[in-house]
Design a protein around this ligand. Structure first.
Ligand code: FAD
Ligand code: SIN
Length: 529
């Protein structure tokens, strides 16, 4: 089957939906999303979205906090531009019906999170992402120029490679003509041609054994971009959220938002129940995330337990301010107003990604990347809490405005052949997929987690190479399926994380490696693949 559109958007999180709403002023938009429309990292976001909305706060303070978290690798001009654009982008978001909490006088209620020197987090209780997703989906579904096809899995970007041309990384002018996509319900593989293609496919937390990300976060966009020979940046920086509720085997792990610490919750060691964060950082519980996650890892290892405790008992009105967390915990038999909550770090956010410029353009013509799948330079070596929803909004509207002239300039590439499934069989041995997936996650968590070493990275590299070989051999004679492609994509993500981590011979931001425990000022450069 074939289809054509002006704009093709992969993903129905905040980045894809906001882009679609903006781009629909210029042309027809088709959004593909592999699961239910609301299944995305966006829907799970708790804390909120950062922006300067109070007179005590300033753009300069938000810029400095972002640069400090980014630990020398942020693109300073991007940081300045995005943070100045934040209030306007957030107001535009509100114009689609997203309502944030307000105080008794009707002013926006601003929360505080780690690394922020002022309260500046707009939130909707502790379910901010769900409120954003709901409002944007409604606007998209009511828009006459936007179609949303759910249950469509984008398999690969279409480039000159599919026209029979040999394309390597040095090939001048690689261009994207659309995607091949699997309609899961029927098993049909569609050829979807577009004038402009936008990857808004989110992160890859599923590459680790413990993650806050839903099952959709399998790094498909980065993997497709890698196969299409796009430039990828800084994949060594994977952010672990310090405080996921400790529940062995629970996927995704349930997040206990940083806003709890912003409201005064303390981290306690698991034996004596004493606060420990002041030992590690002057900002204690509100230190940047990498510091808090490593401190928890250290304290848990000292105690010989897989968790430490979060003490939220002193937060006034906890059930009203954090209703999702209160309800979830009490269902599990833990009352946050009277009990200590066991917490451990969980893979949370892909800081690196497809390298883009200031308007979301990738190194491939007619291809944009926005949201978590991209690396724009806003986050550097470590993302400041609640800056990612913001980044997605700002880049979505920048990419929409920038790509509009391409609708006139770019034609559909009609001679693209359909996907050729000849010789491929329907998979009989699904066990290979599930076994390799489990092995991949375990090795990534054991060897490429919060603390790394050259030895562990090398072990990981060898094992990933083996998983790659086995999975590609299976793929060569197997009809495409979502589980198989997700496994291939996660292997690609794991390869990128290990490769970038092996290149960076220093510890910076989220990348901490025992053999090189300090920063090296000669290495203030992006890791590019
Ligand atoms: P997503 O929202 O993840 O959307 C990606 C979409 O792409 C999904 O619809 C997915 O199904 C689709 N997709 C993926 N691959 C394919 C494919 N092959 N074919 C078709 N469709 C595909 N950030 C903040 O700023 N503040 C917070 O408070 C906050 N809290 C968070 C809490 C949790 C538990 C989590 C997991 C993340 C949180 N984040 C927060 C991070 C933030 O939610 C994400 O970075 C952001 O929502 C990413 O948006 P996105 O649109 O780029 O991707
Ligand atoms: C949280 O609510 O703690 C998550 C915020 C974020 O990831 O930005």
């Amino acid at each position: 089957m074939r289809a054509r559109t002006d704009y093709l958007v992969i993903g129905s999180g905040v980045a894809g939906l906001f882009f679609a709403l903006k781009a629909a002023s210029y042309g027809e938009v088709l959004i593909l999303t592999k699961d239910r429309p609301e299944e995305s990292n966006t829907t799970y976001a708790q804390g909120g979205i950062a922006g300067v909305f109070s007179s005590e706060d300033s753009f300069e303070a938000h810029i400095q906090d972002t640069l400090t978290a980014g630990d020398g690798l942020c693109r300073t001009e991007i940081v300045r531009e995005i943070i100045r654009e934040a209030p306007d982008a957030i107001e535009e978001l509100m114009s689609y019906g997203v309502e944030f909490d307000r105080d008794a006088e009707g002013h926006l209620a601003l929360g505080r999170e780690g690394g922020h020197s002022y309260p500046r987090i707009l939130h909707r209780g502790d379910a901010t992402g769900a409120a954003i997703s709901r409002a944007l989906l409604k606007a998209v579904q009511n828009h006459p120029r936007i179609q949303l096809w759910a249950g469509f899995f984008a398999l690969d970007l279409i480039t000159q490679h599919h026209l029979g041309i040999y394309v390597n990384r040095g090939y001048p002018g690689i261009a994207c003509y659309g995607v091949y996509a699997l309609e899961e319900r029927t098993g049909t593989i569609w050829t979807i041609l577009a004038r402009v293609t936008v990857l808004a496919s989110g992160g890859a937390g599923q590459v680790y054994a413990v993650t806050t990300n839903p099952p959709t976060a399998t790094g498909d966009g980065v993997a497709m971009a890698l196969r299409a020979k796009a430039r990828i940046a800084n994949m060594e920086f994977y952010q672990f959220h310090p405080t996921a509720l400790y529940e062995p085997e629970k996927r995704p792990a349930f997040l206990l938002t940083e806003a709890l610490r912003g409201e005064g919750a303390k981290l306690l060691d698991p034996i004596h129940h004493r606060p420990f964060m002041a030992k590690y950082h002057p900002q204690a519980e509100l230190a940047p995330r990498d510091v808090v996650a490593r401190a928890i890892d250290t304290e848990a290892k000292i105690a010989g337990t897989p968790y430490v405790y979060l003490d939220a008992r002193a937060i006034p009105n906890l059930p009203q301010r954090f209703p999702t967390i209160y309800t979830y915990c009490t269902r599990k038999g833990l009352d946050p107003t009277t009990d200590l909550l066991p917490v451990a770090p969980a893979a949370h956010y892909m800081v690196g990604g497809i390298d883009t410029d200031a308007v979301g353009r990738t190194s491939i013509q007619r291809l944009y990347a926005i949201g978590e799948v991209s690396y724009t330079g806003l986050h550097g070596a470590n993302r400041l809490a609640s800056n990612s929803l913001l980044e997605a909004l700002v880049f979505a509207r920048r990419a929409a405005a920038h790509s509009a002239p391409l609708l006139k300039e770019c034609k559909w590439q009609e001679d693209v052949p359909d996907w050729d499934p000849r010789g491929s069989r329907h998979p009989e041995e699904m066990v290979l997929i599930s076994h390799n997936l489990q092995e991949l996650r375990t090795l990534m968590s054991s060897y490429v987690g919060i603390v790394r070493s050259t030895f562990r990275l090398e072990r990981a590299r060898r094992r990933i190479a083996l998983l790659y070989e086995e999975t590609e051999a299976f793929y060569a004679h197997t009809y495409p399926s979502r589980p198989l492609f997700e496994l291939r994509n996660l292997i690609a993500v794991a390869y990128l994380i290990v490769k970038c981590a092996s290149i960076r011979k220093e510890s910076r931001g989220l990348h901490y490696i025992l053999d090189y425990p300090h920063k090296n000022q000669q290495l203030v450069v992006d890791t590019l693949v």
